[in-house]
Write a protein that binds this ligand. Structure first.
Ligand SMILES: [Zn+2]
Length: 412
């Protein structure tokens, strides 16, 4: 995988090599092709079928996102086919790096991931975030849990993909896994419940989640790995085949458990897993017994879990609403050479010192990195139209909101 710093070079190279038809892998010869290609992406939810509760503008569904600058043809609000979206694990749709973690009054707790080709996925109205700014994530990694934060009337996951960090317009998701905008349903081919690394889950994980993976169920559906914060307790939904249960029951840590849900083939139990105060690796025994009282005639499943401190996200600590003022060049200006971009410190921001990061999107991408100055000379750019935006980070690591419109300049 190419490094973050080399992306601008790679994009430039891709354009060049695309003309020659020799780009390694062959898939991404232009930005347009890259933007339309979701072949190696997945929906940000565990494998299974989900409902689109609000679809893209113009898709013909009953409920659509607003048709405007922000959400044309793109954003999906996702909910379960049955039951509540509260606390459903939210997965990275593709590998990338955490670009934004924070709170906004409209989108609520929000995670934005920047992917290797520059596209940005946005996950909003979350209940809990379990990744930190700048953290690298892999596809299928649990980055958050869905919720009802911000301007939201019931738990759902808002998901959209932007072409880059600068432009808040978003891309059609029709080719991402199975998306049926007529039926208003999607099928995710992201990781199944049993493949998840469940990091710092909230108590109240939906008991129907393991059932999404019913077909793959051998004898018990456990997440591959459970990671808890020290001293916390979580009710972990575990599905077990009724044939494995015979006439007996299930016990954990000496407590007999009662099924909370059941189908013809399996029962779901909520297993109370308590994390010790000390970090480390632990295991508990989930006992499947064919008879109770007297000698247990069943067998036990090992439930492995790790205890470690959750990432410090800062999310939810306070609302950050600071927008830097663009200074120059003037919006929609036409330039003869690569510009020096300037901006002023926002009037209201967190505690100093503030850091700024200018990002430029266009035929070539450019990135100032986090700098203390309020001007930045862009590197050499090829002719074309560019959008740019400045992000602000205060001394506590909080970032500004990211949906203000970018400035645009054209290079002759
Ligand atoms: Zn939405």
């Amino acid at each position: 995988m190419s490094t973050w710093a080399s992306r601008a070079v790679r994009l430039g190279l891709a354009v060049l090599l695309g003309c020659l038809g020799v780009w390694p892998g062959g898939a991404r010869s232009t930005r347009a092709a890259a933007a339309a290609d979701f072949a190696d992406w997945h929906l940000p939810l565990p494998a299974g079928e989900w409902r689109i509760s609000r679809g893209p503008c113009g898709a013909g569904g009953l409920f659509t996102h607003q048709c405007g600058y922000y959400e044309d043809h793109c954003a999906l609000d996702l909910t379960p086919m049955v039951g509540s979206m509260e606390n459903v694990p939210v997965l990275a749709p593709q590998s990338g790096q955490v670009f934004f973690v924070g709170t906004r009054s409209d989108s609520g707790l929000t995670v934005m991931l920047e992917h290797a080709d520059g596209r940005v996925s946005a996950l909003m109205h979350l209940a809990r975030i379990v990744v930190a700014p700048d953290e690298r994530v892999i596809q299928g990694q649990v980055v958050a849990y869905a919720g009802n934060s911000g301007s939201s009337t019931r738990p759902h996951l808002h998901f959209h993909v932007q072409p880059n960090v600068v432009e808040r317009t978003c891309l059609p998701l029709d080719t991402l896994d199975d998306t049926d905008l007529r039926a208003m349903t999607v099928r995710s081919y992201n990781l199944a419940w049993t493949d998840l690394e469940l990091v710092d889950p909230p108590d109240g994980l939906p008991s129907w989640l393991p059932l999404l993976n019913a077909a793959a169920l051998e004898s018990a559906a456990l997440p591959q790995r459970l990671i808890l914060a020290p001293g916390t307790t979580v009710g972990l939904p575990v599905a077990i085949r009724t044939t494995a249960l015979m006439r007996g029951g299930v016990a954990y840590a000496g407590r007999r458990l009662t099924a909370v849900a059941q189908t013809e083939t399996q029962k779901v139990f909520i297993v109370p897993v308590a994390a010790p105060a000390a970090t480390g690796e632990y295991a508990g025994l989930l006992q499947l017994s064919s008879a109770w009282g007297g000698r247990a005639a069943g067998r036990a499943l090992r439930l492995r879990f790790a205890v470690r401190a959750p990432p410090v996200t800062g999310a939810g600590a306070r609302i950050v609403w600071i927008s830097p003022i663009f200074v120059g060049p003037a919006n929609w200006s036409e330039l003869a050479e690569a510009p020096r971009l300037c901006w002023s410190e926002p009037a209201s921001a967190g505690p100093p010192p503030l850091l700024f990061r200018a990002r430029v999107a266009g035929p070539i991408a450019a990135d100032s990195g986090w700098i203390a100055e309020t001007c930045w000379q862009t590197p050499d750019l090829v002719p074309g139209t560019y959008a740019w935006k400045v992000f602000v980070r205060d001394s506590q690591g909080y970032m500004n909101r990211t949906n203000q419109r970018p400035f645009v300049f054209r290079l002759r």
